[in-house]
Design a protein around this ligand. Structure first.
Ligand code: GLP
Length: 245
């Protein structure tokens, strides 16, 4: 696992975007998975900028959402599909049939299997970009006694609901469940990039850096099993590495 420290959020975004653009330029019809949240906005803006400067086309790119809230329609401003459309899809030449999101209104167990199957058919991800929760969750794989290998529905922890409430008017409006890629689905990606910014992520990044164990209570620890993971942080998120050892 490589740790790469940028200075600012802008710099972190630049470092991550450059790597993603390289993958897409080398394989224009590649399949990638993208997260939502505050962390990836800068990266997505850079991907859009590259397109606007006529330096890349996303015509053959396939993108899967990493997770989606249960029962939020695609046109709900808080849905993860809406987010990716707002910050990426609608600004570039990606074809809508190449953007994938689970149908969170159907039979969820069946939909989880279908989503996993679709990813397998596409040959798994060439690259996955991840954020990280304060408790070490990746996608929506929350700390638990056991982690799920495949796409599944997750009951969100109170802390996660609280953290994500900033995007909603009230805490009650935050969905309590989400459909997410499983740990295996994530680890099958050929390349993994995880981004983190801000002081509030410093503790979790320190834990990821120092851990010598696979701990289902710290889902990000499973990323250590992968041979091509780059953790890209800004200075604040990196600030506790090496402190208090
Ligand atoms: C949510 C998402 C994750 C994301 C995490 C961190 O829970 N399901 O995919 O990585 O939040 O979000 P942020 O980047 O806003 O801190």
């Amino acid at each position: 696992m490589d740790f790469l420290g940028g200075t600012t959020y802008e710099h972190m975004s630049e470092l991550a975007a450059t790597r993603i653009i390289d993958v897409i330029k080398n394989k224009p019809d590649c399949t990638i998975a993208l997260p939502t949240g505050s962390s990836p906005i800068g990266v997505l803006e850079k991907l859009v900028e590259e397109y606007k400067q006529d330096r890349i086309s996303y015509k053959n790119l396939k993108v899967f959402s990493i997770d989606e809230y249960v029962a939020l329609p695609k046109d709900n401003e808080q849905s993860y599909y809406y987010f990716l459309n707002e910050y990426f899809y609608k600004h570039v030449d990606i074809q809508s049939e190449n953007t994938f999101v689970p149908d969170v209104f159907s039979n969820l167990e069946m939909e989880s299997r279908k989503y996993e199957h679709k990813i397998t058919i596409e040959g798994e991800f060439d690259l996955i970009l991840l954020g990280i929760g304060h408790d070490g969750h990746i996608g929506f794989n929350e700390p638990a006694d056991k982690l799920q290998l495949y796409c599944h529905v997750e009951n969100l922890d109170y802390k996660t609901i609280e953290a994500n409430a900033r995007f909603f008017d009230t805490l009650d409006e935050v969905p309590k469940q989400a459909l997410t890629l499983g740990i295996r689905t994530i680890l099958m990606a050929k390349k993994i990039i995880l981004i983190a910014s801000g002081k509030s992520k410093a503790k979790v990044i320190k834990q990821l850096f120092e851990t010598k164990e696979l701990d289902p209570q710290f889902p990000a620890s499973f990323l250590h099993l992968h041979r091509d993971v780059t953790i890209i942080c800004d200075q604040d998120a990196m600030s506790e590495i090496g402190v208090g050892k």
